[in-house]
Design a protein around this ligand. Structure first.
Ligand SMILES: NC(=O)c1ccc[n+]([C@@H]2O[C@H](COP(=O)([O-])OP(=O)(O)OC[C@H]3O[C@@H](n4cnc5c(N)ncnc54)[C@H](O)[C@@H]3O)[C@@H](O)[C@H]2O)c1
Length: 350
């Protein structure tokens, strides 16, 4: 197979970012089908895709047709489990947007089915976590690995976004699935927080235990009961620590760095904003040395899609397998447990 025929499932907010990745694949992937229960979303998106993809209003109808090799699942969280299982049954390569499932039980069932899909069906089962490829996050990893800031001992991740400047437009509408805790599997922790937790794991290692809390904040128009704030301390298996803050705000915010990484010889930051750059503070640069122009968050998607295409066409190993990718929702579930127990909770033991 030299060209991967892809069916995109769910033609909403994130679909154009994935499409950009297929478009940059130098012809190695082509989108041949679009599936969306709102057919008008698929029809509109087809104009961006070009090449007259087939349009379906139901995943099962598309799988019955079956003229594609891979599915890219970008549907609401509560549908991920069923959609992924249907695509495993149909023997397709799978890219499933995060989180893989909305609770631990479905997550573990999917991990087992996904593992069989990889070993027996010889198909790709990839969970989409674009932060793995966020250019600034990758750059920080390179700087840490170079030893420039010495031994890393602590990091802060601040996922604080305001409706006033978020490029992935925060469409607050109580009728939308992303503000329905039952469909999201929670609130901010099961939303975008994973993209701030993954870098911490890339830089500091595996998380052992967490203690934290979640709450509602004054967010104009947010449905009551929807968690818009989260704070947590993370202890890693190697003893290092980090803190995480998540905040969806409708008011203005200062430009707190998204990330701060502290080492024995200095600090590295990624500025606040989806197109902010990396700065290093060390003895020679006490006011900080910019590490060049920022590429930004959106540039994480083409390499993510490229990794999926290479895994399916060339058998290239994934940078993060499904078990590893269950780490971010497991951290969120442990924070929810900690809220109840008021104690540190293990991330991987339950
Ligand atoms: N990586 C990121 O930065 C990022 C950002 C936003 C969303 N996401 C993830 O992408 C996924 C989709 O989120 P979104 O913001 O694009 O949502 P969205 O609501 O904008 O789009 C979802 C689409 O799925 C369609 N849909 C709903 N039920 C369906 C079904 N049964 N079969 C087929 N289509 C169906 C909807 O009509 C809609 O067009 C989620 O997993 C979300 O967490 C990731």
């Amino acid at each position: 197979m030299s060209t991967l025929r892809v069916a995109m499932v769910g033609c909403g907010l994130i679909a154009p970012q994935h499409l950009e990745g297929y478009k940059r694949s130098c012809g190695r992937a082509v989108v041949v089908a679009l599936i969306d229960t709102k057919e008008e979303n698929a029809t509109l998106f087809a104009q961006e895709v070009g090449g007259s993809p087939k349009i379906f209003d139901d995943l099962n109808k598309a799988l019955e047709w079956g003229e594609f090799d891979a599915v890219d699942i970008m549907t609401p969280h509560d549908l991920h489990f069923d959609h992924a299982l249907a695509c495993i049954k149909a023997n397709k390569h799978i890219l499933l947007e995060k989180p893989m499932a909305i609770n631990l039980q479905e997550c573990e069932k999917l991990l087992t089915a996904g593992q069989d899909h990889v070993t027996q069906n010889k198909k790709v089962f990839m969970i989409g976590e674009n932060a793995q490829y966020w250019p600034e996050v990758v750059k920080v990893k390179e700087i840490i690995d170079s030893g420039r800031i010495g031994d890393v001992y602590f990091a802060k991740a601040s996922y604080c976004v305001t409706k006033l400047s978020c490029p992935l437009e925060m469409r607050v509408d109580s009728k939308r699935w992303e503000f329905n805790p039952a469909r999201v599997g929670g609130g901010i922790l099961m939303g975008g927080s994973c993209h701030w937790l993954r870098p911490l794991r890339m830089w500091l290692g595996e998380v052992d235990e967490v203690v934290g809390t979640v709450s509602e904040s004054a967010f104009e128009g947010m449905p009551a009961g929807y968690e818009t704030q989260a704070q947590a301390l993370l202890r890693f298996k190697n003893g290092k620590t980090a803190c995480f803050q998540g905040l969806y705000a409708s008011h203005a915010l200062s430009d707190t760095p998204f990330f701060q990484v502290y080492g024995s010889k200095g600090e590295i930051t990624i500025g606040g904003g989806f197109k902010a750059g990396v700065t290093v503070y060390d003895r020679e640069h006490v006011n900080g040395e910019s590490q060049g122009p920022a590429l930004g968050y959106s540039e994480s998607f083409p390499p993510e899609i490229g990794a999926f295409v290479s895994a399916a066409l060339d058998g290239k190993p994934l940078d993060a397998d499904a078990m590893y990718c269950s780490g971010e929702p497991r951290i969120s579930w442990a924070i929810y447990r900690s809220l109840e127990s008021k104690q540190w909770e293990k991330v991987w033991d339950s």
